[in-house]
Design a protein around this ligand. Structure first.
Ligand SMILES: [Zn+2]
Length: 542
């Protein structure tokens, strides 16, 4: 025992290093608003156990090997640690599992803009200091005489068992930030690969999709998926600033839905859900049931995708596989232009004279952060200093108010884009045309705190209550008297597949009439945002 105490005295710096790497995040995690006391205790207990086990094991290795091992530990933990600490210190949240997965999926351009929005000299300084401290510690570590394994077999092997258990048991490893990041990355890669294979394979399976008998007028259905649009910043939903001058002019011919929520508050999980039959109860339907493009392909439609958000046939994002199933794809995001770049492409598609039904899905960049990049300079219209329409709140300073101005400019520009799509459809006199618009999720804009953006850990009503609207040409509407347009229905965009199938008159084995927003048989369902009940989110912010 005397021997052990001797070593412990010489290894003070080593222990402090391990404490820094393993326990700094757990010690600060009570700052996170998204954790319960039990979550914090769990994280601290697992990291504490790992700290003890590695400390014991380190008594058995030479000083030189220890320095090498700690350098590797530092190298693998420094980036995950900076990410976790940055979220903790600046957003007041500890990253949750699905946000960790989103880290691997965000495309580089989007990340650059995101980082540019949140990056400040303080963040850079903080990260540099955070990385420099342990480097100094490693360099200053004193050498010591190690213990022999054969003298302390129990101690040696029990610490190895603890370390291996923490790494291999998911429930435990999720509490250790850097192990969690690496394991999530590996399981994300495996999952995506399996999904891509399963979805490719199922294209050969028989699955009948019927269209309405006797329906001879060709249809054009356009589904527009917006980005980060907060409906409370739309005059269509009562916002004081006139951000929807064009859409407001439609009156009753545009049905505006007031009670629709998104199934998540991040683009990727929302896209996975709205483009497939996967839902809260059955996420496995992502691979097991046909997705939107597949259903329409099987129904004989010509299908099109116009995307102003990066996507690739190599499936860099886990919903790309669903997009690649469109027969015709236009990746306009590579031009890095505003959303009106989609309009001439749509014109070209609609100008093709044939009798085939068409489904066009347009994925806009909408009001994605950073807002000032989302509109041309003619749309720099709103100024809180002139109109005084941005309310005074303690956490809404000058910079926040000008951010809201920019955001509202992007909403106004979106009004122009959507109006243009409807105008184009109106010209298709020989077809039955319809347009559905909704935003993937909403956005918080200094509504409750000093925060603009969307993050599952901070989920609030403006992040998940989304704008949703449908326009149908009068002839089409007249032909479909069976449809109901009730703007008050409580709905989740998770069920989009059933609603657009209903508009198109598609029928198939898994079609569920009670889940179409436009059906007489519509029945409201419990709505979830991620794993949280929507009602609970509303309650929390009441
Ligand atoms: Zn989004």
């Amino acid at each position: 025992m005397k021997e052990v105490l001797e070593i412990l005295k010489k290894k003070k710096l080593q222990f402090f290093f391990l404490f820094y790497i393993l326990l700094l995040v757990p010690i600060l995690s009570p700052m996170a608003q998204n954790l319960t006391i039990m979550d914090n205790i769990g994280i601290f207990a697992v990291c504490g156990l790992l700290f003890v086990a590695i400390s014991i094991l380190s008594l058995f290795i030479s000083s030189k090997s220890e320095k090498i091992i700690y350098s590797i530990l530092l190298a693998i933990s420094i980036i995950p640690g900076s990410i976790y600490l940055a979220y903790l210190l600046f957003a007041g949240v500890l990253l949750e599992q699905n946000s960790v997965t989103s880290l691997f999926e965000t495309n580089p351009d989007e990340s650059k803009e995101f980082v540019a929005y949140y990056l400040s000299i303080w963040v850079i300084t903080g990260v540099l200091i955070y990385a420099a401290i342990p480097i100094v510690m490693i360099c200053s570590m004193k050498s010591f005489k190690r213990l022999r394994v054969k003298d302390y077999k129990v101690l040696f092997f029990s610490s190895i068992i603890i370390i291996v258990s923490i790494i291999s048991i998911n429930k435990l490893s999720q509490s250790v930030y850097f192990i969690n990041i690496y394991k999530s990355f590996i399981s994300y890669k495996i999952r995506t690969k399996k999904e891509i294979e399963a979805i490719k394979d199922r294209q050969d399976f028989a699955y009948e999709v019927k269209t309405m008998p006797g329906d001879t007028v060709p249809k054009t259905i356009v589904v527009v998926i917006g980005e980060s649009l907060n409906k409370y910043h739309m005059s269509l939903y009562g916002y004081e600033r006139n951000t929807n001058p064009l859409l407001s002019a439609y009156g009753d011919s545009l049905t505006v839905y007031s009670n629709v929520v998104s199934p998540q508050v991040h683009t990727i999980p929302v896209m996975r859900s709205v483009l497939s039959m996967a839902d809260f109860e059955h996420p496995e339907y992502f691979t097991k049931k046909p997705s939107v493009f597949e259903l329409f392909n099987r129904a004989g439609y010509s299908t099109y995708l116009i995307s102003n958000q990066e996507f690739s046939d190599e499936c860099r994002s886990s919903y790309d596989i669903l997009l690649t199933l469109a027969q015709n794809k236009y990746n306009v995001a590579k031009h890095k232009q505003h959303d009106d770049i989609c309009l001439p492409v749509l014109d070209k598609i609609l100008a093709q004279k044939d009798n085939k039904n068409k489904l066009v899905i347009i994925h806009l960049i909408g009001s994605h952060m950073a807002y000032e990049f989302r509109y041309p300079k003619e749309y720099i219209r709103f100024n809180h200093l002139k109109d005084g329409l941005v309310a005074d709140k303690p956490f809404c300073d000058k910079k926040a108010k000008s951010t809201i101005d920019k955001y509202d400019n992007s909403v106004l520009y979106n009004d122009y884009v959507i109006n243009n799509i409807i105008t184009t459809l109106k010209k298709q006199c020989d077809r039955n045309t319809a347009m559905i618009y909704f935003s993937d999720h909403g956005e918080e804009l200094y509504d409750y705190r000093e925060f603009a953006g969307h993050a599952y850990e901070k989920v609030s009503p403006p992040m998940c209550e989304i704008p949703f609207m449908i326009w149908m040409c009068p002839l089409f509407k007249a032909m479909r008297e069976d449809l109901v347009f009730d703007g008050n229905r409580p709905y989740s965009s998770e069920d989009l597949v059933y609603s657009i199938s209903d508009i198109a008159g598609l029928n198939y084995e898994d079609y569920n009439d009670t889940r179409s927003l436009f059906s007489k048989g519509f029945t409201p369902r419990e709505r979830y945002v991620g794993k949280k009940k929507y009602e609970a989110i509303v309650e929390k912010f009441r």
